[in-house]
Write a protein that binds this ligand. Sequence first.
Ligand SMILES: NC(=O)c1ccc[n+]([C@@H]2O[C@H](COP(=O)([O-])OP(=O)(O)OC[C@H]3O[C@@H](n4cnc5c(N)ncnc54)[C@H](OP(=O)(O)O)[C@@H]3O)[C@@H](O)[C@H]2O)c1
Length: 307
Amino acid sequence: MRTLVTGATGVVGTEVVDRLRADPARPGPLTRVARRAPDAAVTTWNSGTEPPSPDLSGHWDVIVHTAASTRWTMSRVEAQTANVEPLRAVLALADRDTHVVHVSTAYVGGVRAQEDLRGPEFEGYRNGYEWSRAACESLAREEHDGPLTIVRPPLIVGRRDDGRIARFSGPYTIVHALVSGLAAVVVGDPDGYAEISPVDDVAEAVASAVLAAPPPPAAPHVEVIAGGGGSLRLSAMIDIACRTLNEFRARHGAAPIEQPPFVPTSTWNRFFLPLANQYLSPFQHHAVQLLAMFQSYTSMSTPFEPT
Ligand SMILES: NC(=O)c1ccc[n+]([C@@H]2O[C@H](COP(=O)([O-])OP(=O)(O)OC[C@H]3O[C@@H](n4cnc5c(N)ncnc54)[C@H](OP(=O)(O)O)[C@@H]3O)[C@@H](O)[C@H]2O)c1
C-alpha cells in the first residue's frame, strides 16, 4: 500500500502521519510531502507552483491531502492560488485506482452567515478560506474519477491527553487575542455551538478512512467530525479558555486576564463596526477586521450533523 500524505508538517498532517505509522494494519511505504521540509525524510514540493519531483510519480494506493493555507483573510484570488491550484496538482498524481482522502472543513456545510460582510466575492461563504475549501471539494469531485473520501473537521485543538499540536494556529488565535488584549469583546452568540475537535480524533477519522475499503468511485464518502447538538457552547469555551489561562498565569506570577463581554453579531455589525470604520487607526481597523473573521465560528445557531 503506497501512501502519500501532503501537508505532512502541519497540524493535521503531523498527527495523521504518526497515527498511520503506528498502525500495523497499514503495510507499505508512507511518503510525506510539505512545502518546506524540516529534514530529508520529508519531500519538498510547493504544489500548485512547481512540478512534483520524479519520486512522486507512479501509482499511489492512497493520497491523504491535508496541505492547505488556513489563513482566514485570503482574497478569492489568493485562496485559489493557495488551496485550489495545489489540490489540482495533487489530483494529477492520482489515477482511477487511487483512494483520495481529502481533508476539508466542517464549515463548508452548516448554516451560513445571515449577513455577507465581504460582498458576493465568496458566494455566501464567510471568508476566502471557507470559499476555497468548498471549491476544493467541488474540484475533487469533478476531477478525480476514483474513490474519494472527504473528511470535514471542525476547529482543531491539541490532543485529548497532553494537548500536543504541531502549530498553535486556528482557534489558538482566540487565546492569543485574549492575552494580548486585542479581544476586548467577543463578537458572537454565547449560546452558539463552538465546534472543536482534538487533533487525535481528527487523525483517527482520517486513518480510519485510509484503512477502510474505499467508497465506490461514483459515490464519494463525506465524514463530518462534530459534536452536533452536544457540542460545547461559545460561553463555555471562552470560560474554559480564560479559566485555564488564568490558572497558568497564576502559577507563573502573572496577573489574570479579564473575561471579555459578549457582543451579539448583529449589534457589532450594525453599530460598532461602522463606528470602528470611522474612528479607528488603520492598525486598529485591521485588528477589528481580523476579529470579525471569528464570527463564523462564534455565531453558530444550528449545530453540524456529525456522521
Ligand atoms: N487547523 C484547524 O483548526 C482546521 C480546522 C478544520 C479543518 N482544517 C483543515 O485541515 C487541513 C490541514 O490544516 P492544518 O491546520 O493542518 O494546516 P497547517 O497546520 O497550516 O499545515 C498546512 C500544511 O500544508 C503544507 N502546505 C501548504 N501549502 C502547500 C503547498 N502549496 N504545497 C505543499 N504543501 C503545502 C504546509 O507546509 P509548509 O508549512 O511548509 O508551508 C503544512 O505542512 C486543511 O484542509 C484545513 O482546511 C484545519
